[in-house]
Write a protein that binds this ligand. Structure first.
Ligand code: GLN
Length: 533
């Protein structure tokens, strides 16, 4: 609340006034081929946009490059430049990426619509037809309806959807790559936790944070992650000693040895049938919630039916009973970790200092004044929530309980997937471990599955105006289908799913179809998503 469409920052540290519809953190039109010259000797194979909570420095060969900031869309870091580059950016440069810009986001990745930004809201470009809304509503000066691009990697999604970048990096803590992909009609992939390096990625909630990739087609992402040939090793294989959560080389080898598809990318053009035949896809009953838009429900069942009829896929109803508690658990755990992570922004170690605040002996006034002015409202809300749930009187009721729910969510997934989670021994399941409300509903699926097939979000892209007037709780609701995989650290991908012509009305568009896989089943997940899309 309190946000306005034509957002003007009141923060004195904001260095530039930004355009409303900008998905890049820049006032200028994207100077695509002058910003960055790529790595000497490496031919440019694709253009890359990078979410602005991922550290970048100009490549050594570029002369025209300004020193790029890494702002996290926070007034606090409006002038911050990183002395080093994120590993993932370096890895992609080596594979032929040419950077075209830093993209707008919700401050520090906290949000679902990319409206909580010091640079103003991201919207789907007016030049694009309004994809998924059939309502007449608010509009910009040209009479164009403005839609949410999803968040928090909304800028990255629009950069890809509009063709300004072939690939974009985002971060996915609870759905921030998948949700914007769903709203803008592109592909968004969240890898297994610990697969892609997070060194140089500004942490939001460490136990959940992943770096994700967005592109217009699955194949592009698949090639980067799984790898082509010996010259082009997959990102999955690269352990990063500088990221303590990066899976060790030995663990990677062990995981890959019990998984298919890590032998490198092979073109399977026209061979979707072979990839899909005999596959068992689970449709989680708990995802068919009352709030699910009818058009998405119809498209979801049509997609399942088509896979069954034309590719011999087995569709199996499954139950993930802890799903209904996952959202609440996420919004306890993520803010708790955020409140701890953001403690370093005090105007002394990190962040702009409030120029007017005098420092007392302990620096308390300076801290408070700098943090009061430096953070946006949503970030402050998360810090308050997190500090509360970690406080001694609330800890047991909130943080500890949420951790228990997280275990149950993980167990639900382990239970329905045919593959074991290579990081855990197969957990024995006991009804007495479940909260009473859950234990009553013993509707476990009869059969184990390869992947789960479900919508990415319960609604189509909402109008920006409606989003601005939402309560925070309404916004959190958008993440209901994406947070379970995040809590369990599982790979998941959102691909565009056509709406059914009968129900879509006169503006056909797409919704996001989500595939979720068992831990480190990313290679197979990507080839199945490629075949499905
Ligand atoms: N919308 C979620 C949140 O605000 C997810 C954000 C993310 O994945 N970075 O926490």
């Amino acid at each position: 609340r309190g946000l306005q469409l034509r957002h003007v920052s009141r923060c004195p540290w904001q260095v530039q006034q930004r355009r409303l519809l900008n998905h890049f953190i820049s006032n200028e039109p994207v100077p695509a081929y002058t910003l960055d010259e790529g790595v000497p000797g490496t031919p440019t194979r694709f253009t890359l946009a990078v979410k602005d909570n991922i550290a970048t420095v100009p490549s050594s060969s570029s002369t025209a490059s300004p020193q790029w900031p890494t702002t996290c869309a926070s007034p606090f870091l409006a002038t911050y430049t990183s002395p080093f580059e994120a590993t993932i950016v370096t890895q992609l440069r080596r594979r032929g990426a040419r950077l075209v810009g830093k993209t707008n986001l919700d401050e520090f990745g906290m949000g679902s619509h990319s409206v909580h930004s010091a640079f103003g809201a991201v919207a789907q470009q007016p030049s694009q037809p309004p994809r998924q809304s059939h309502n007449k509503g608010d509009s910009d000066d040209d009479g164009q309806v403005l839609l949410s691009a999803g968040g928090s990697s909304g800028g990255s999604a629009v950069a890809v959807a509009s063709g300004d970048a072939d690939v974009a990096l985002g971060t996915d803590t609870g759905g921030s790559v998948r949700l914007p992909a769903a709203y803008t009609g592109v592909v968004g992939f969240k890898p297994s936790y610990g697969m892609l390096s997070r060194f140089g990625v500004v942490p939001y909630a460490n136990s959940l944070d992943t770096v994700g990739l967005l592109a217009r087609r699955v194949g592009v992402i698949r090639r980067l992650v799984v790898g082509g040939d010996e010259q082009e090793p997959g990102l999955w294989a690269e352990w990063d000693a500088r990221d303590p959560t990066s899976l060790s080389a030995a663990a990677r080898r062990r995981c890959a040895s019990v998984r298919e598809g890590y032998g490198g990318f092979q073109e399977e053009e026209g061979d979707a049938g072979r990839v899909l035949r005999g596959l068992r896809l689970g449709m989680p009953l708990e995802y068919n919630i009352e709030e699910l838009d009818g058009r998405i429900r119809d498209a979801w069942s049509a997609a399942a039916k088509a896979l069954q009829e034309s590719h011999g896929v087995r569709i199996v109803p499954v139950s993930l009973p802890s799903t209904k508690h996952a959202l609440a658990a996420y919004y306890v755990i993520a803010p708790a970790e955020a409140s701890s992570n953001l403690a370093k922004y005090d105007g002394i170690r990190y962040g702009s200092r409030d120029p007017e605040a005098a420092s007392d002996a302990e620096g308390g006034v300076l801290y408070a004044a700098s943090r009061g002015r430096g953070f946006g409202d949503e970030v402050k809300r998360r810090i308050l929530l997190g500090s509360y749930t970690l406080s001694s009187e609330a800890m047991d009721n909130y943080f500890i309980k949420a951790q228990r729910v997280r275990r149950l969510v993980r167990r639900d997934f382990n239970r329905v997937f045919a593959l074991d989670n290579p990081l855990h021994d197969k957990e024995t399941f006991s009804l007495s471990d479940l909260p009473d409300s859950v234990a009553m509903e013993d509707k476990w699926g009869p059969e184990e599955v390869d992947f789960l097939l479900c919508p990415t979000a319960p609604t189509l892209a909402p109008r920006l105006e409606d989003v601005m007037n939402q309560t925070p709780l309404d916004a959190y609701m958008n993440d209901v289908f994406t947070v379970p995989a995040s809590l369990a650290g599982l790979p998941a991908i959102s691909i565009p799913m056509p709406l059914e012509p009968e129900t879509a009305g006169d503006t056909p568009g797409t919704a996001g179809l989500q595939l979720i896989g068992q831990y480190w089943d990313d290679a197979r997940l990507l080839s199945v998503a490629d075949a499905v899309s």
